[in-house]
Design a protein around this ligand. Structure first.
Ligand SMILES: CC(C)(COP(=O)(O)OP(=O)(O)OC[C@H]1O[C@@H](n2cnc3c(N)ncnc32)[C@H](O)[C@@H]1OP(=O)(O)O)[C@@H](O)C(=O)NCCC(=O)NCCS
Length: 145
């Protein structure tokens, strides 16, 4: 979807993050991970928080996305541009999203911009390894930079 907003990523703003509805849907940044989180600006207004969590082992060019938009900025087609900027800023080729099955809005939003749910075999492997739980799915999208 085309977004008429001009998007940029700024420094993480802790009090803005705390003020966001549904901030608990994402992994809260710590001192160690805060530099990988950003405030999303849409036409210079704070619109949400986006972050990336690096995998524990290997995979320097991949990461797990964390996103929460303030309600006003939902449903406005911002997600695609935000992730392009995130992937570019952190030089990531693959973005992963682990999403609760109950969060249909987020699963649909990610699928709409080209994320694909991993095949059932891979999901089963991740569940067996306790890397995702039974009530979560994982999606991925590859970027070219
Ligand atoms: C997940 C999220 C980032 C999606 O971003 P988005 O830009 O709103 O995505 P979309 O515009 O594609 O909307 C996705 C779905 O959200 C719902 N939606 C649309 N506008 C909405 C609004 N203003 N308020 C609430 N939900 C809305 C719709 O069901 C839509 O699905 P549809 O297009 O099939 O009807 C955003 O909904 C959000 O911040 N949610 C709260 C935090 C969260 O769940 N984060 C993800 C954790 S994995």
């Amino acid at each position: 979807m085309f977004s008429p907003y001009s998007i940029h990523l700024g420094e993480f703003d802790e009090s803005f993050f705390g003020s966001l509805e549904e901030a608990s849907e994402i992994v809260e940044p710590t001192i160690a991970t805060q530099s990988n989180y950003h405030t999303v600006f849409a036409d210079n207004e704070k619109a949400g928080i986006v972050g990336i969590l690096k995998p524990m082992t290997g995979g320097v060019d991949s990461g797990f996305v964390q996103i929460v938009l303030s309600p006003y900025y939902r449903g406005r087609g911002l997600l695609s541009k935000i992730y392009e900027l995130l992937a570019e800023t952190h030089k990531l080729k693959t973005l992963y999203a682990t999403i609760k099955k109950s969060n249909g809005a987020s699963i649909r939003a990610h699928e709409k911009i080209g994320f694909k749910i991993l095949p059932e075999g891979k999901l089963k492997f991740l569940r067996d390894k306790k890397l995702i739980s039974d009530d979560e799915v994982r999606l991925e999208k590859t970027y070219q930079f």
